[in-house]
Write a protein that binds this ligand. Sequence first.
Ligand SMILES: *[C@@H]1O[C@H](CO)[C@@H](O)[C@H](O)[C@H]1NC(C)=O
Length: 164
Amino acid sequence: LLSHCYSRGFGVKTGNMDARTGLIVLLCLMGFTWAVPVKYADCGSAAGTVTIVDINPCPSQPCQLHKGQSYSVNVTFNSGVESQSSTAVVHGIIGGLPIPFAIPNADGCKSGIQCPIQKQQIYHYETELPVKSDYPSIKVVVQWELRDDNKKDLFCIRFPVQIV
Ligand SMILES: *[C@@H]1O[C@H](CO)[C@@H](O)[C@H](O)[C@H]1NC(C)=O
């Protein structure tokens, strides 16, 4: 998209702007506020398939999380199972060790997911990640799981962040 912005969008004369170029210019302008999908690693989503991970705002990666601010997390996944419940479990991996990380609401069914979860449905898990001011300024890999009734992972993702 970015290369299009420079080669087509910004270089074009407005006189012969066609619909497609107009659209690209529009997308380029939107690009400045757009959430870019976060690069993540799948750590064994046994009961589902992750398609998109969004963190907002995160203009460059790894995401820089500012102390005292709150970030929205949006994980799009396809469920492979039925489940009445869904529970989020978050760890920060520091020096190879997973440290439990408290989030305000661990209930996935209150985080954008309509429960019971049905098989082969697409869900958006949407929640807030508050970054407390007493966190240390470190780089950390966040491991975010959403577990089903049987404690199997509807998703398990890992992504690096930098607390600043
Ligand atoms: C979460 O992501 C999905 C897919 O990109 C999008 O359709 C949905 O609107 C997003 N939800 C929020 C609250 O941004």
